[in-house]
Design a protein. Structure first.
Length: 252
């Protein structure tokens, strides 16, 4: 198998087959540098393998956390989209919110092939095969994924979702807790944060309109992402990431 990372690479994503892209965001590989990586909420669930440690499930996050790496270590993972993780793993994701647990502790027999002694190239191939088998056997919750698509619209109101999809609010929330790990309102907050980061990233890289440094630029990104105003953006950034909007813009 070809090498998944060249010597100069730090992080790389590998696309899943077309048929699985409604369930799997990507497979990924990271080379550690001895520092820590701030992991921000994205509403996804990851299965992560490290040499000498084996595989863990990283549940959906509603707050940022720090992931420590060792110099030169290769870490491989599979990222499941909102609505897909609960079905694929066979566990209500609300039980895994903001936690990282070894696959053995969760009884995931199919992931036991991800031995801590595997070579990284073998680990990523094994990770891909098992994850694809899981999503083929247990596809995402279609109602939750339809709701998630609607929540990509900054103007979508959460209190309208259940009626639009033909559920009671309680039914939809129950399905969200199982398939996403938290309710529609929290998913909306996380997706809005990701829109802000995407807007800042586009502007700082010379995208349409350019990015104006300072308060006006952040205010524009806030409105584009769906925040009421810059104060709303600041509160949400602090709550979800522990950073100010300016600090977060520096990471985009």
């Amino acid at each position: 198998m070809r090498r998944v990372l060249n010597e100069s690479d730090v992080y790389r994503e590998l696309a899943p087959p077309a048929w699985a892209r409604d369930a799997i965001a990507c497979f990924w590989v990271r080379r550690g540098d001895g520092g820590s990586v701030r992991v921000l909420p994205d509403a996804c669930t990851d299965v992560v393998w490290r040499a000498g440690q084996g595989a863990v499930v990283a549940g959906p996050d509603s707050e940022a956390w720090e992931s420590r790496t060792w110099p030169g270590e290769l870490i491989v993972g599979a990222r499941l989209l909102p609505g897909a993780g609960g079905a694929a793993l066979g566990v209500p994701l609300a039980e895994l919110r903001n936690v990282r647990l070894p696959v053995d502790a969760l009884g995931f027999d199919r992931f036991r092939e991800l031995s801590d002694a595997l070579e990284p190239e073998v680990a990523i191939a094994t990770m891909a095969r098992i994850t694809l088998e899981l999503v083929a056997d247990a596809p995402p919750d279609p109602a939750v994924q339809a709701a998630a698509v609607r929540l990509l619209d900054p103007g979508q109101r959460v209190d309208q979702l259940a009626v639009l999809l033909g559920f009671s609010e309680r039914q939809l929330r129950r399905r969200f807790l199982a398939a996403v790990g938290y309710g529609p309102k929290t998913l909306q907050r996380v997706l809005r944060l990701r829109r802000f980061m995407a807007a800042v990233g586009a502007w700082t890289s010379g995208g349409p309109g350019g990015f104006a440094a300072g308060a006006d630029g952040l205010a524009g990104a806030a409105i584009a992402a769906g925040y009421a105003d810059q104060a709303h953006l600041a509160r949400e950034c602090r709550a979800l990431t522990g950073l100010t909007p300016g600090q977060l813009a520096g990471l985009a």
